[in-house]
Design a protein around this ligand. Structure first.
Ligand code: NAD
Ligand code: ZN
Length: 368
């Protein structure tokens, strides 16, 4: 294992994010975050066969007295449910987990959200260590303390704010990630550049080949930079009351696209979250240009970067503009004057804009 880069997240319960190559083998580092004798390793059916044993062996070597159990959920968003959450609590009960026990979440955002919520609620809150294995989880879901499960009525309807005790991201785990999942994560990485730092967008453009090839050094840099941006935002706005809203750049359009396709049981040509956000960011950039907030060249450059990263940049034709607009109103992003969007004043300058007229939104949705 190599040292890794460390990013501190401030706030009431500060913690560190470590990013580097081979960190899942670093038993001392993971064990350092454990306070008691009990830990539950939570993973899913894709990730556990790949990485659970590595973590268990590393932990046993570092802490021979540790009572460590493994609980594995089926992989997929459709299992981020109350039923699986209940099964995870059963595993904690069976382990005899006390107040000083720790949940170790090894997987993508689904595992992280569900395990994090189990940790948030078991005995009113025990520690959780996040070992994210998807790019999205490394740059987004494992940082910031939001945990949740879905209900049939909607995504993330039950959850809690519960910051992790540590986040440890091993870039080598990304070597086994399916291509589409990797690109979805890159959309969120590009989002940070779009709202906070035009230099970072230029860096991504220059390193797009390395990133798509999963070069560990390039990946570590992209993840560490992304985590710095997210850490800064969540330190200032831990409960999402204001500033953190900037992170929704591309997401109002993106959520409408996802909802209109239907969250579950969609065909293979449906966009995943990152892909929908990529299209959403292009639409947000174009809307900014239309409203006279930002130069057209910046929208074009963002579009070209996203395309280089293998992401879609055009609205699928089968999605009707009026239906998408209706979805955005249902998403409660509207007030009396019109819809509220995270737009930009040009690359690197995200800003919240309220009262966006429907005509402008429809015009952007209709542009081929
Ligand atoms: P995911 O957890 O479903 O992982 C995607 C797929 O990749 C799964 O099939 C998983 O088993 C597999 N996988 C994971 N790591 C792998 C690896 N290293 N090698 C091979 N396969 C691997 O999806 P995700 O995109 O990581 O997370 C999406 C979830 O995150 C959603 O439920 C979303 O609501 C949530 N989320 C939460 C936050 C937050 O702040 N808490 C933020 C963004 C997203
Ligand atoms: Zn997102």
């Amino acid at each position: 294992p190599v040292g890794g880069r460390v990013i501190e997240v401030g706030g009431e319960a500060p913690y560190a994010i470590t990013v580097g190559q081979g960190l899942l083998h670093d038993g001392d580092r993971i064990a350092h975050a454990l306070r008691g004798r009990h830990a539950l390793l939570v993973s899913d059916s894709h990730v556990a066969p790949l990485y659970a044993q590595i973590v268990e062996q590393a932990l046993h070597a570092a802490r021979p007295d540790l009572v460590l159990a493994r609980w594995v959920m089926p992989a997929g968003e459709q299992y981020k449910t109350l039923v699986q959450y209940g099964a995870c609590l059963d595993a904690l009960a069976q382990l005899g987990a006390t107040r000083d026990a720790c949940v170790i979440a090894l997987g993508g955002g689904v595992v992280g959200d569900l395990a994090g919520f189990a940790a948030a609620s078991w005995m009113r809150g025990i520690d959780c260590v996040q070992l994210p294995t998807t790019l999205l989880a490394m740059v987004d879901s494992s940082v910031g303390g939001k945990t949740a499960v879905d209900l049939p009525q909607g995504k993330n309807l039950v959850g809690a704010f519960h910051p992790p005790r540590a986040v440890i991201a091993d870039t080598t785990a990304l070597h086994t990630l399916p291509d589409r999942e990797l690109r979805a994560g890159l959309a969120e990485v590009a989002k940070y550049g779009a709202i906070f730092d035009r230099q970072f967008l230029a860096w991504l453009e220059r390193h797009s080949r390395d990133l798509l090839a999963r070069d560990d050094a390039a990946m570590a840099e992209a993840i560490a930079r992304s985590c710095e941006f997210k850490a800064d935002v969540v330190s200032r706005d831990p409960y999402e009351r204001g500033h953190r809203a900037l992170l929704n750049f591309g997401h109002t359009f993106g959520h409408a696209i996802e909802a209109e396709q239907g969250y579950a049981g969609v065909g293979r040509d449906a966009l995943n979250h990152g892909e929908a956000v990529a299209v959403g960011m292009v639409l947000a950039a174009r809307l900014s240009t239309l409203l006279g907030l930002a130069p057209a060249e910046d929208a074009t450059a963002l579009e070209s970067l996203l395309a280089t990263l293998g992401l879609p940049v055009r609205l699928p034709e089968r999605l009707a503009p009026a239906a998408l607009l209706a979805r955005m109103y249902l998403d409660k992003k509207a007030d009396a004057q019109g819809l509220r969007f995270v737009l930009w004043g040009g690359a690197g300058e995200g800003r919240v804009v309220a009262g966006v007229p429907d005509d402008a939104v429809l015009a952007v949705l209709r542009t081929p």
